[in-house]
Design a binder for this molecule. Structure first.
Ligand SMILES: C[S@@+](CC[C@H](N)C(=O)[O-])C[C@H]1O[C@@H](n2cnc3c(N)ncnc32)[C@H](O)[C@@H]1O
Length: 199
């Protein structure tokens, strides 16, 4: 339990918010999103320019997890909370035809948009499924790198989610994620607000 809220209530509020973001992230965050957001976070201009516009509309990452370590051709990468698929698109190009970019997202609308976006972008080495990080649908020790962008802060059960990430990682696998962290305690009214959790 988190104050008056339980994990299910938090996840329902998160799903409701990201169903809206799946249409467009514009105006729904306190930081830059879409193409402008990707530029501010240091993604390569060439990559952003080549991405279909629809792939950028719902991008709401908070960093660039792919800048934290090199992906190798042929590796299996899992993007937890992949949203509309921008990081999967970038990863798929690095991994090449023998690599695999897997994505999961809690929100069905995001999954559907990501699938359409990746197909539109001509990506053949990616697969997106609807699932929560608390129960990943992948076999143990099958993933080389887990990436995530702006997602762990939304998990009501962080220990469970990290346990799942480490279950699916191969021995010696890597975790590269960007997220929001608090540097001081929040007032109780904010901790107890479903809106704050889902933002
Ligand atoms: C801030 S958005 C980031 C989306 C994407 N990574 C990006 O950079 O555009 C957070 C995403 O995490 C997903 N999400 C939230 N909680 C989740 C959970 N427990 N398991 C899987 N995905 C989750 C949301 O549906 C949403 O698409």
């Amino acid at each position: 339990m988190t104050g008056e809220m339980d994990g299910q209530q938090i996840q329902d509020a998160v799903r409701e918010k990201y169903a809206r973001v799946a249409e467009s992230a514009e105006g729904l965050f306190q930081y830059a999103t879409g193409r402008e957001g990707a530029r501010a976070l240091g993604y390569e201009e060439q990559t952003i320019a080549k991405a279909p516009p629809e792939l950028m509309t719902s991008f709401c990452g908070v960093g660039n997890p792919l800048s934290l370590g090199h992906l190798r051709k042929g590796e299996v990468v899992l993007d937890v909370g992949c949203g509309a698929g921008f990081d999967l698109y970038v990863a798929s190009r690095i991994l090449g035809e023998h690599g695999l970019a897997l994505g999961v997202d809690l929100t069905p609308e995001m999954v559907s948009v990501a699938k359409q976006n990746l197909e539109r972008a001509g990506v053949r080495n990616a697969e997106v499924r609807q699932a929560t990080c608390e129960a990943l649908p992948h076999e143990s020790a099958t993933v080389d790198v887990v990436i995530s962008n702006g997602v762990f802060n939304l998990f009501p059960n962080k220990p469970r989610s990290f346990a799942e990430v480490f279950r699916v990682l191969k021995p010696g696998g890597r975790l590269q994620f960007a997220d929001i962290v608090l540097d001081e305690d929040l007032p109780r009214e904010i901790v107890g607000s479903l809106e704050a959790w889902s933002n």
